[in-house]
Design a protein around this ligand. Sequence first.
Ligand code: SAH
Ligand code: SF4
Ligand code: F3S
Length: 435
Amino acid sequence: MAERKLFIKTYGCQMNVYDSERMAEAMGVQGYVTTDRADDADLILLNTCHIREKAAEKVYSELGRLKELKLANPQLKIGVAGCVAQAEGAEIMRRQPAVDLVVGPQSYHRLPEMEAKVRKGAKSQETEFPEEDKFDHLAARPKAVRGPTAFLTVQEGCDKFCAFCVVPYTRGAEMSRPADRILTEARDLVERGVREITLLGQNVNAYNGHDAGLAGLIGALAKIDGLARIRYTTSHPNDMDAALIAAHGGCDKLMPYLHLPVQSGSDRILKAMNRKHTAETYLRLVERIRAARPDILLSGDFIVGFPGEAEADFEATMELVREVNYGQAYSFKYSSRPGTPAAEREQVAEDAKSDRLARLQALLSRQQHAAQEAMIGREVDVLFEKPGRLTNQMVGKSGYLHAVHVTGSGAVPGDIARIRILRSEANSLAGEALA
Ligand code: SAH
Ligand code: SF4
Ligand code: F3S
């Protein structure tokens, strides 16, 4: 069979990155090799994100460009995967007839049969939530050597139904993978050269596939020789239990970085968002986490301009940010998503949203840079991932997830080395290897 080429473009969150890898592997069994050029491909998959309007719209403009490639190569097939596929289904093929297949995030184990069908000239859509678990039906992962960091999905879906969010609809109900499967997959990744695993879930700390929850899973993973670092994302404040907090103090392999979204600092808005926690409970939680691991670097997500957000609510968010002092954070203007409860409510004016976002981002950026500056002169372990832009330069991450670049250390990807931080730059740190 002639070798076929697959081009995958990934949008959205880390789980899509993981899914794209699994889709490429599933198609690899069918004789596909990946290419980084769309114009070279026999099959193009867009693994899409529906979280904000802009993310979803990007897909249609990309499809508009890609359809031109079909003129040059009539054999080319185009597929849409991920959360836009789940949310919009057949609508995608109506809007863009060049699309051959549409596959939701819980159905991509069916890609091989779907591809065979579209090769025969038919269209194929799989966006019902299937009875079976895709992980039980995907082919075994290949043994090929790979980079030193990997994502590993342990939990999927969300039962929280925040009023703004599409994820419970696109990813479905909460589901945890059994711990033994995860441990096997992790051991295989380590054999392939992985030294750091980031456990993924939409509510990763709601993980219940181990008797002792996510903390239990982390403890079991920490026993794998050769696995040096463990991270997890994204956690929900209401699922941070005592055992998980304690793991941040007791497990050396669990890195001192935690993404803990709060969305808003106003109790009125948190209630309207259906977050089921207050600003105060979040702040007390942060205190407990910092008591367990004083140097932990906290990250968060924020939405400004949620329906009903007044200036005073926004000020409460600014106040919470000042109190927590984040090392890093993401912030977004509220984007109305069809089918979610908040979409029906009276919207905040666009210029107020822009103004608040600029103020919040200025504050978060000051905090990020202060956290980076505070690293200068400190010694940290860096896991090197890839060559940098300069000759003899390598880039890696510290335990705090800061990107660190080092010149002339002689390190290769996968090495962990003790590095002294010399400078803070826009979004990274510069360091030198200790003799
Ligand atoms: N499960 C994770 C994150 C899901 S989406 C959690 O609970 O935190 C990632 C982030 O996108 C969210 O934390 C939120 O800040 C943002 N987001 C989600 N829906 C949004 C919307 N409709 N408009 C703007 N931002 C949104
Ligand atoms: Fe979306 Fe809320 Fe679920 Fe996170 S917890 S995925 S923000 S509904
Ligand atoms: Fe986007 Fe779906 Fe992830 S909507 S953020 S790709 S779960």
